[in-house]
Design a protein around this ligand. Sequence first.
Ligand SMILES: *Cc1c(COP(=O)(O)O)cnc(C)c1O
Length: 456
Amino acid sequence: MSDQKIPYKIYLDETEMPLSWYNVRADMKNKPAPLLNPGTHRPMTAGELAPVFCDELIAQELDDDTAYFPIPEEIRNFYRMYRPSPLVRAYCLEEKLQTPAKIYYKFEGSNTSGSHKLNSAIAQAYYAKKQGLKGVTTETGAGQWGTALSMACAYLGLDCKVFMVKVSYEQKPFRREVMRTYGASVTPSPSTETEVGRRILQEHPGTTGSLGCAISEAVEAAESREGYRYVLGSVLNQVLLHQSIIGLETKAALDKYGVKPDIIIGCAGGGSNLGGLISPFMGEQLRGEASYRFIAVEPASCPSFTRGKFAYDFCDTGRVCPLAKMYTLGSNFIPAANHAGGLRYHGMSPVLSQLYHDGLMEAVSVRQTEVFEAAEQFARVEGILPAPESAHAIKVAIDEALRCKESGEEKTIVFGLTGTGYFDMTAYEKFHDGKMTDYIPTDEEIRKTVDQLPRV
Ligand SMILES: *Cc1c(COP(=O)(O)O)cnc(C)c1O
């Protein structure tokens, strides 16, 4: 347990932006399980992680005890371009639903990259720069993470190499061009640039790629280039730490107006925005100072929390990364085509997995078509065109608000609106044309990939 019991209030600067990130692990009695070396099954040491990750990020990753990490001034200067992000009372949605509930959303889509991912991208790029590195490599599926990282790298003058899943590279040319505008080099994956890429192309000619394959290529590209490291946009403890800025700002704003939330909701892909949003509130709950309902929302097509297993698994399909203990559908699980690209990951943050396992958090899964109904309803009254990922949280916020309408309870609901959906208009088009489907995996399908989990 940490001895840094300093109230977060003194961690705000004059613009009401936090001066430190908050590490919820410091207040967890049951810490998340450590990352394991895939060969020896022993906890990964800083030395073993060093060829792949930046040194200071490794220190953050492995630190379960330090409650507050000061945010370096250079990062705070960057944050000031788009933070604090708006915390909005959804009066129009409340009116439309005729609910006694009060609904607030924290909107992370007001920066050019369009999502919360920029909060961690700038931090990771900063530590790479500080270490004197030339550049970073990463993978991107839908493109939000690659976009955020390119922006951060452009700002710091760092080289950025993105492996983009080939199908997205071809289907989302606009995302690709945004990345190139910020100076990133974007390679469709699998590519002939890496050994693993060449092998996959030989074994599966004509493949359109997968996130797992792109991760393997990005890791290889970092390891084989002098002065490069690999960075990841979700799942890891360090990413949750950086994203705690979402929750700290939310709490500061609510406290200022004397509002105490009852229910806090977020969509969960790898868990970074939800983990960041709930962190300071969960900290209070863990210390016995307050209690809240926390709800993770995931797609029914990729239900890690609600139907996965809490076990050690590979973080990537290529099986080059360390093992993490998490709720997982198995690293071989390939979710059916779903338009919320950011929620198609087979696993979940080890921090959130532990909290969920300990009964401190709830999780629900929702179907794609009901998510788009909620997205459209929200856009029409609140004006913001939400990302499909974010709309998962909207859907459950609306459900909870309607429950309040039935019971007459005046609950306060806060949800994370992670981003905008301008690059997802083909998904909206499918929905409008009635061509969107709801694929839900069978128990047998899930059992098949869960049965292939590594034995640890
Ligand atoms: C990536 C992404 C998500 C999901 O990632 P988490 O790590 O679970 O937060 C959600 N919303 C948007 C807009 C995203 O880009």
